[in-house]
Design a protein. Structure first.
Lengths: 111, 110
């Protein structure tokens, strides 16, 4: 079992650019959640996808958007990057109602 | 507002010195209290889920307990490899959103 995978591992962008992060869930899982983790802080919930629909959203601006594909994989898109978007972006997968398992994360640096 | 607070922020112990980490929460309708371990630069690793007051779960040197307002992660005779940040989170609402605390950074000195 490959577990949750994320790509890329690291990414460097400049302010104003757009970025797409990718996540493949653990085998058998149907729900994907995205979190942002700033240095020294706990993860903050961005949104959750289930059956290709955004099911719940945290307190993040519309610059943050996502998508879930029929194979349950997911993308996180961030437009008009700001310096404050620099963080570790975590994807977690679960089977509805069960524990969330996290991937290794994507480290985004905005210059 | 739902809130999770962990204490202490950092804890340094000698190998073999047992201690406890605290997680307090203010939330209506708790639907699970979760503990994760996170190594630097990596994603959180799932440890335990607790659902009701009085519940306890154990894994190797770790034991998690839950009351109506707080959870404790007890670490018995820790080893240097137990050094990590320990995160707790609760699940709220009808979906599976997790609300995390800021974590406790645990260091075990040999």
């Amino acid at each position: 079992d490959a577990g949750v995978t994320q790509s890329p591992t690291h990414l460097i962008k400049t302010r104003g650019q757009q970025v797409t992060l990718r996540c493949s869930p653990k085998s058998g899982h149907d729900t994907v959640s995205w979190y942002q983790q700033a240095l020294g802080q706990g993860p903050q919930f961005i949104f959750q996808y289930y059956e290709e629909e955004e099911r719940q959203r945290g307190n993040f601006p519309d610059r943050f958007s996502g998508h879930q594909f029929p194979n349950y994989s997911s993308e996180l898109n961030v437009n008009a990057l700001l310096l404050g978007d620099s963080a570790l972006y975590l994807c977690a997968s679960s089977l509805s109602g069960s524990e969330q398992f996290f991937g290794p994360g994507t480290r985004l640096t905005v210059l | 507002e739902d809130q999770v607070t962990q204490s202490p922020e950092a804890l340094r112990l000698q190998e073999g010195e047992s201690s406890s980490l605290n997680c307090s929460y203010t939330v209506s309708g708790l639907r699970g209290l979760f503990w994760y371990r996170q190594d630097p630069g990596k994603g959180p690793e799932f440890l335990f889920t607790l659902y009701s007051a009085g519940e306890e779960k154990e894994k190797e040197r770790l034991k998690a307990t839950l009351t109506k307002k707080e959870s404790f992660l007890h670490i018995t005779a820790p080893k240097p490899e137990d050094s990590a940040t320990y995160l707790c989170a609760n699940r709220v609402g009808g979906a599976q959103k997790l609300v995390f605390g800021q974590g406790t950074r645990l260091t075990i000195n040999p």
